[in-house]
Design a protein around this ligand. Structure first.
Ligand SMILES: C[S@@+](CC[C@H](N)C(=O)[O-])C[C@H]1O[C@@H](n2cnc3c(N)ncnc32)[C@H](O)[C@@H]1O
Length: 304
């Protein structure tokens, strides 16, 4: 599959994507059930009561590869969920100190448990990212944030906060799926467009704000922030089978839009969601299925 390319006059341009290896089919296919490794699979569909985390494991490792904290450095994950990115850091950098921040108490507790044995030490704080983070200026060698920004009403303030937390010379990696990039083959065109656009514009109850097209805006937002943008890349997850991240996202879309429709909100009704879901299953059974979604990954640094 051809990679994506984002062009920018001020940052180097990288296209990382391509067909990603599939995650094991045995992983949870429901965003509400427990997956292997004790993580909840989710995406955008679960509220803060049970916590949530993106289960596309490969991207967490890619985020880790994007910043190189010093051996004894400190990494801060803003909107860490249940801690999958911090866990990936723990595996690669066993003595780096890890700090997670999230508003969801359930997620924070899960992340604490996940990182309990990390040799470098960890702390995970319950904090609302719409407010200043209760950490000192210049405390972090690296700051990471994945799939959080769309929920925050003031993206420039959030990026300025990342700058404040970073030490001079420190690196940030901010990444987000652009939900309007979701591609599903094997389904009626008009219904598919309606469902995918409804999902992009869906604001679930746990979200203060929703901008499903934030991925494509990230490069510009970082350019306009005090951070120095270094690299813009895309990370494409694709699959010809209804397994792994493809299965999780399809269920995520179904759950989210069903909940929204049951509140008599949103752009589609429950019958349309069910018709779409049945068509996806049929396409997968008939080998006509294809799924892809693109995350935009921006690496930036604080100069001074
Ligand atoms: C889709 S999840 C992503 C979690 C994690 N980064 C991952 O990769 O699994 C979005 C996270 O943002 C958190 N979040 C949303 N709005 C927030 C806010 N205002 N303050 C703090 N956390 C927030 C949610 O609790 C959730 O854990």
């Amino acid at each position: 599959m051809a990679g994506n390319t984002i062009r920018s006059s001020r940052t180097s341009v990288v296209s990382l994507a391509g067909e990603q290896p599939l995650l094991p089919a045995s992983r949870s296919r429901s965003p509400f059930s427990r997956a292997q490794g004790g993580q909840l699979s989710a995406g955008r569909s679960i509220d803060g009561e049970v916590g949530m985390s993106e289960e596309d494991g490969l991207i967490h490792h890619h985020l880790v590869d994007s910043v190189e904290p010093p051996l004894h450095g400190r990494v801060v994950d803003l909107g860490c969920g249940r801690g999958p990115t911090l866990a990936a850091f723990a595996r690669r950098f066993p003595i780096v100190h890890l700090t997670g921040v999230d508003r969801s108490t359930a997620s924070v507790e899960a992340a604490r448990e996940l990182l309990a044995d990390h040799a470098g030490g960890s702390d995970v704080l319950v904090t609302d990212l719409r407010e200043p983070v209760p950490l000192p200026d210049s405390c972090a060698d690296a700051v990471v944030s994945y799939n959080v920004l769309e929920c925050l009403p003031d993206a420039p303030a959030f990026l300025a906060e990342i700058w404040r937390l970073l030490k001079p010379g420190g690196r940030a990696v901010v990444a987000h799926v652009d939900f309007d990039s979701i591609m599903v083959a094997g389904v009626d065109r008009d219904l598919d467009r309606r469902i995918c656009h409804a999902f992009t514009d869906d604001q679930q109850q746990w979200m203060d704000h929703a901008d499903g097209r934030i991925g494509r805006k990230l490069p510009g937002l970082v350019q306009a922030s005090p951070l120095i943008s270094e690299r813009v890349a895309t990370w494409v997850t694709s699959s010809t089978e209804l397994v792994g991240q493809a299965a999780r996202r399809i269920e995520n879309i179904r759950q989210a839009l069903t909940l929204t429709a049951s509140r008599r909100k949103g752009l589609v009704d429950v019958d349309e969601v069910e018709a779409w879901h049945a068509a996806v299953q049929e396409a997968a059974a008939g080998a006509r299925f294809f799924f892809a979604e693109t995350a935009v990954v921006v690496t930036a640094k604080r100069l001074a």
